[in-house]
Design a binder for this molecule. Structure first.
Ligand SMILES: Cc1cc2nc3c(=O)[nH]c(=O)nc-3n(C[C@H](O)[C@H](O)[C@H](O)COP(=O)(O)O)c2cc1C
Ligand code: SF4
Length: 423
C-alpha cells in the first residue's frame, strides 16, 4: 500500500545534505521550470489536482491565481511549518530527511507566483529540525540555488527561517503573518485575504510544507503522473501520521482513497492486545471523530471524510480502542484549545473555558444530564462567531463525541447521581 513519491529520499542516509540529495535528483526540475513562463508552472500545478496539505485541502494552483495581476508591491511566500495540531507529525519528516525537496518546491512556487522572498515559519519546539533545515538552506545558498541568481538563471530568491515561540494559533495563516511581522500572534479578520493583503500589507501566498514539497515531483513528472495516484478529486499521495493504540504507529506515505480500516490493519499492524475499535480521529484533533461502525465505509480522501460528516484535516489519524475514556479525552481536547486560544474573541476565550469547567465537573462526578445539553448549546453558540476557526476546531470535535458517545457522559452522570443519593 505504501508509496514513495514525497518520501523517495527519506530512507537514504544523509539525504538532508546537498551532495546526497543532488545525487538522487534534487534541483533537477530547475532547468525545466525556468524554460517555462510562470503561468505555465501554475497551470501544471492546477492540472495536477494538488490540494493544500495544511488541513483545508484548498486547491494549491488555484490559490496562486488569486494574487493580483500586475501589482507593484513585492509578493511573498510564507511556508507554514508550524505543525502544532495534536496528532500531526508529517512535515517534520520533510524538514529533517529531505529539506532540499522543500527548498526546490519553494523555488518552483516563488517562480510561479513571481516572488523573490520566502519565509519558512517553523514551530518553536522544532529545535533539531530547524538546525537541519537551516544547514540545508545555507548549503543551497553556497551552491547558488538561492540568492542573486538561482541556479544561474535570471531569478533572485531569498529564503528566511522564522521560528515561532510555541503557540498553536500561529499555524493559522494570518496569525502566522502577524508573528513574522513581529507582532502578537493573533489572527486577522478576513477579508482582505492574504493573497491580496498579506505580509507587510503585500500579496502573500501561504502554503503548507507538504504542499510545497509536492511540487518537484509534479514538475518533474507532469500532472498526469501525480494524478495517477489517489482519486479523481483527491489526487496524489499524503504523509499520514498514524498514532494511538495500534501496533505500528508511524508516518506512512499512501495514495489517497484507501479504506481506512485496511490501512490500520495492513500498514499500522492492527489494534494492540486484540482490543476492539472504539473510534478513529481521522485528521488531527480538530476533526470530528468516526465511530467504529462509520469507519467501515470510510476511505482516506477528502470526499469520503466529508460524506461521513468529518474532515480529512492533516491526515493525522488517531486510533481509539475500547480502553479509551471518551470523557477524559474530551477534557484533554478542550483543555488544549482553551489553552491555545489567542484570547481576542470572547466566545472562544470564555466559552472554551466554560466548556472545560463543565466537562471537569462531569469527570468529578458532579455533573447533571442538563450539562450535556448545555455543552451542546455552547458549541452552537461559539462556532463560527469568532475571528478564526480555532474555536470551531474545538466545538466541532466536542460535539461529535457528545453525539456519538453520549452514553459515556451519561454513565459519569448516573454514577454521580447514585453517589449523591447514598450520601
Ligand atoms: C488554529 C489553526 C492552526 C493551523 N495550523 C496549521 C499548521 O500548523 N500548519 C499548516 O500548514 N496549516 C495550519 N493551519 C491552516 C492554515 O491556516 C492554512 O490554511 C494553511 O497553511 C494553507 O496551506 P495549504 O493551502 O498548503 O494547506 C491552521 C489553521 C488554524 C485555524
Ligand atoms: S477564535 Fe480564538 S484563537 Fe481564533 S481569533 Fe478568536 S480568540 Fe483567537
Amino acid at each position: 500500500m505504501q508509496v514513495k513519491v514525497l518520501s523517495a529520499k527519506f530512507d537514504i542516509p544523509d539525504a538532508n545534505t546537498l551532495e546526497v540529495a543532488k545525487k538522487h535528483g534534487a534541483y533537477a526540475t530547475l532547468d525545466k521550470i525556468f524554460a517555462m513562463q510562470p503561468e505555465e508552472v501554475t497551470e501544471i500545478v492546477k492540472e495536477s489536482g494538488l490540494r493544500g496539505r495544511g488541513g483545508a485541502g484548498f486547491p494549491t494552483g488555484l490559490k496562486w491565481t488569486f494574487l493580483p495581476k500586475d501589482t507593484d508591491k513585492p509578493v511573498y511566500l510564507a511556508v507554514n511549518s508550524d505543525e502544532s495540531e495534536p496528532a500531526t507529525f508529517k512535515d517534520r519528516y520533510i524538514l529533517v530527511r529531505d529539506p532540499h525537496l522543500l527548498i526546490e518546491g519553494i523555488i518552483i512556487c516563488c517562480y510561479a507566483i513571481r516572488s523573490h522572498a520566502a519565509y519558512i515559519y517553523i514551530r518553536g519546539e522544532y529545535t533539531s529540525q530547524v538546525k537541519v533545515l537551516q544547514a540545508a538552506i545555507d548549503e543551497a545558498y553556497a551552491a547558488g540555488y538561492l540568492g542573486e541568481s538561482v541556479a544561474g538563471f535570471d531569478f533572485q530568491l531569498d529564503v528566511t527561517v522564522h521560528r515561532g515561540a510555541g503557540a498553536y494559533i500561529c499555524g493559522e495563516e494570518t496569525a502566522l503573518l502577524e508573528s513574522v511581522e513581529g507582532k502578537k500572534g493573533q489572527p486577522r479578520s478576513k477579508p482582505p485575504f492574504p493573497a491580496v493583503e498579506g505580509l507587510y500589507g503585500c500579496p502573500t501566498i501561504i502554503n503548507n510544507v507538504q504542499s510545497i514539497s509536492s511540487l518537484p515531483f509534479i514538475l518533474a513528472n507532469g500532472a498526469a503522473a501525480y494524478k495517477a495516484y489517489g482519486t479523481e478529486k483527491s489526487a496524489g499521495t499524503h504523509l499520514f501520521g498514524i498514532s494511538g493504540l495500534v501496533k505500528k504507529p508511524g508516518m506512512y506515505e499512501l495514495p489517497f482513497g484507501l479504506p481506512i480500516l485496511d490501512v490500520l490493519e495492513q500498514v499500522a499492524g492492527g489494534l494492540r492486545d486484540n482490543r476492539t475499535l472504539k473510534g478513529i480521529i481521522p485528521g488531527g484533533s480538530s476533526t470530528p471523530v468516526l465511530t467504529a461502525e462509520e469507519a467501515k465505509t470510510v476511505t482516506l480522501d477528502y470526499e469520503s471524510m466529508a460524506a461521513h460528516g468529518t474532515m480529512f484535516g492533516s491526515g493525522g489519524i488517531v486510533v481509539l480502542d475500547d480502553t479509551v475514556d471518551i470523557v477524559k479525552l474530551v477534557e484533554n481536547l478542550i483543555h488544549f484549545y482553551h489553552h491555545e486560544s489567542c484570547g481576542q474573541c470572547t466566545p472562544c476565550r470564555e466559552g472554551l473555558g466554560w466548556m472545560l469547567k463543565i466537562v471537569q465537573k462531569i469527570l468529578n462526578y458532579e455533573g447533571t444530564m442538563a450539562d450535556i445539553d448545555l455543552l451542546l448549546e455552547l458549541c452552537d453558540n461559539i462556532e463560527m462567531k469568532t475571528v478564526c476557526v480555532l474555536s470551531a476546531a474545538c466545538t466541532m470535535s466536542t460535539r461529535s463525541y457528545l453525539n456519538k458517545f453520549r452514553s459515556e457522559f451519561e454513565a459519569y452522570i448516573a454514577h454521580s447521581a447514585s453517589k449523591h443519593a447514598t450520601m
